[in-house]
Design a protein around this ligand. Structure first.
Ligand SMILES: O=C(O)CCC(=O)C(=O)O
Ligand SMILES: [Fe+2]
Length: 265
């Protein structure tokens, strides 16, 4: 009897898991279609040619005044309209809110259009000196909004591990950064270890930071009281295909940002 109950349990759990995966598969198909429509209907000039090709020295580049003021203001407004950030808390490592790709596809098509734009990926490709494309729709970190808005929100030292066959890069575009640190910025400061030294990478609004996160170790220091820092985070890759073990490892990593549901996405 016990054995039969155990077997039934395994079958039911396996079935539920399979159904959840099938449901996700359909959802991703819909999201891919939605992205295709967004790509066709939004075609904004980002004015990136004026930056030339900045040096990707030490696997990191910082480009101040990245977008023309009008383009940045619209992007900022669209991101600020999104609320209800999902909070995450992994003791001692990461504390802050994250709005995942899925929610952005649903609710912020203009932000998705910006990430998917040929001009943006072309700019990243020229800096990196290899062709990159957006990472897939089932990777919730492909495009996300990181919200630091409670005292002590931070991220400890880490690499952005590469779960793809190709090289993987992270681009951060600060949308809001306000507080009582120098220049009216928040105390949540991005530090990168370059040549064995911790270097502060100033993240003023509209300053792009593009880096190879699997090579450059980095952290974000704790936010002060009453401060706010909102970052648009985008990832791209020279070959966005993943091997099975890479796909599984990425889902475990994502639980830090999106909770255990990341495991069956
Ligand atoms: O907020 C930042 O500046 C960096 C965030 C980061 O490193 C991450 O989410 O992996
Ligand atoms: Fe990171």
């Amino acid at each position: 009897m016990l054995l039969e109950l155990g077997a039934l349990g395994i079958v039911l759990t396996g079935g539920a898991f399979g159904l959840a995966r099938r449901h996700r598969g359909r959802l991703y198909e819909e999201q891919r279609n939605r992205i295709a429509v967004i790509r066709q209907t939004h075609d904004q000039d980002l004015g990136l040619a004026r930056h030339g090709v900045p040096q990707f020295a030490q696997h990191l580049v910082r480009v101040p005044d990245f977008l023309p003021a009008g383009v940045f203001a619209r992007l900022r407004d669209d991101i600020l309209k999104l609320q209800a950030a999902e909070r995450s808390f992994v003791p001692a490592h990461k504390k802050g809110g994250t709005i995942a790709y899925e929610a952005l596809i649903e609710r912020a098509p203009s932000v998705v259009a910006y990430y998917q734009s040929a001009e943006l990926m072309g700019f990243f490709s020229s800096v990196i000196a290899e062709d990159v494309s957006p990472t897939p729709v089932d990777d919730q970190s492909s495009l996300s909004v990181l919200v630091y808005d409670r005292p002590a929100d931070h991220i400890g030292w880490h690499y952005d591990h590469d779960f793809y066959r190709g090289r993987h890069f992270t681009a951060l575009l600060p949308i809001v950064n306000e507080g009582s640190a120098d220049g009216g910025l928040s105390h949540a400061e991005l530090l990168a270890r370059l040549d064995g030294k911790d270097v502060a990478i100033s993240t003023e609004p509209n300053t792009l930071v593009l880096f190879e996160g699997a090579v450059v170790r980095h952290k974000v220091t704790p936010l002060g009281t009453g401060e706010r820092r909102i970052i648009l985070s985008m990832t791209c890759c020279t070959d966005p295909r993943a091997r099975l073990w890479q796909a599984i490892a990425r889902r475990f990593k994502d639980t830090a940002y999106y909770g255990v549901r990341a495991l069956w996405t």
